[in-house]
Design a protein around this ligand. Sequence first.
Ligand SMILES: [Zn+2]
Ligand SMILES: [Zn+2]
Length: 554
Amino acid sequence: MKSEKGPQDDEESALTAPARPPLTMHDYAWWRENLEALTVAIILALIIRHFTVEAFEIPTGSMADTLYGLHAWLECPNCSREFNVALQSDGATGEIKVRYEKKLVYEGECPNPSCTLRLHTVARGGGDLRSKGDEVTCQACRTPFRGNLDGYRLDDVNDKADARCPNCHFVYRAALLRSNLTGGHKILVNKFAYSAGTPKRWDVIVFGFDQWKNYIKRLIGLPGETIQVWDGDVYVDGRIVRKSDHPFAQDTLWTRISDSDLAESGLQKTPAWAAPREGGLPATKRSQWNSTVLRWSLNAAQDQAVIEYQRGFDNYYNYNLLSYGRHGHPTFREKAEQVGDKKVAFTARVGAVAPRPDSGSWVGAEIRDGEFTFQLRVPVGAPSGGSPAVLERVAPVPVGAEPLRVTAPAAIAVGTEARIELENADDRVIARLDGEEILRLDYTSLPDGANLANPPLSPSQDHGAHHLRLLACGVQAELSSIQVYRDQFYIPFAEGPWRGITLGPGEYFAMGDNAPSSSDGRYWGSIPEKNLMGRALLVFWPAWPTNFQWKFIR
Ligand SMILES: [Zn+2]
Ligand SMILES: [Zn+2]
């Protein structure tokens, strides 16, 4: 119960001594309360900053696509996927190092109905407004046209780099305005993480290196370990380590490279999926893409139907577009590494069934990664009693190789829809049905007796040794929402070929997620334990309604 006159009132009475108080009693109480609250908040903030959480801004793109430094956004004129490009800045001054020129630009519709590019530089403009009204050549579809007069203006622009869409691989000459600028991610760091617990491999860590700077990278090596990289994967003491053994790292490090839900306008002539070129019956009768409903029909009631992903698996970072070639790393035109670790996810609706006597009715997927090809077959029919779901290594299997095959009871009922996932990462294949893991296979891709100090050729160099297929057998199936991902691909390269590092007691090793453009442990070695500051917690900025990037860092 509240008394009419509490201790608060007594205190106020005691403070009414001045004959002409500068503030009324009411004002004074208000000020004092707020001053107290503010003081407590500042002290708490200082304590929190010192011991638990501190805010930082990400200066560079070495952790892209997990974290971004200064960047600009573009939108693909073929599939409308938005993607970003790093704006390199000077480490000391923060000044952007992109060269912009004053040029005549045209902003407005391109007359080609299947092209949505809206920003072009005017070739003959030469930075002169007198060329207003000159012919514009669309930088996506090459259509020449004259725009509306009010669409022309002078602006600071960089149009030196060809942009490639990360989704549909369409290449065009992008015009980047100086005003197209988003600041680096602002993040919170949990400084308490390693006082209470021990650092885990694949954590995103923050550490000091010299007196002035803090760095953020992914933790790869722990004290006493020898770390090497082969075929994009991390090896510890000669054995592969798997991101899927960490609660979040693998999910974070998949990069989506294709999504059938994004309708394409037709500027990109290479389709995402098509029947494989080699042999067999005319493929078009058995597989058909419907661009209105964004679905593949596989009519395999009498037979088997196959479609294969057509756009390749190169280790491409749209984020690095303006810096390609600077680190001795090939551009997308120079055939970067083919990433063997990939994942496909799709929705299958199964219709009429006509099981083949030898192989039954099933829907599945197949991933080839160099010497290893894995096939998943999920039977169509009753969930129990029928044949099991199978995940196995299929031809070409070298003579004498140990067979790899696992099975589990699982099926898709006729007339229903199921979400199927098949992933291959770090020598582990996992199959999921409606989000539940049903099958898993671990294998060893490093050849027997191989020595990583003198590594064998990586399958990533063999561009013909990779494929991704979707299959249907003895069933009529509709496939939709087909997404393709590639895994993080670490590169054993610093100033030259990088052969690894052996860590002493209390030493850690870290690399950036943006392997082609990250100055990390490959360049400067190990991190002493005392320099570890904490674990990156979350991105809290940008948080505009139009650009909301809040997320936990994993
Ligand atoms: Zn695109
Ligand atoms: Zn156009």
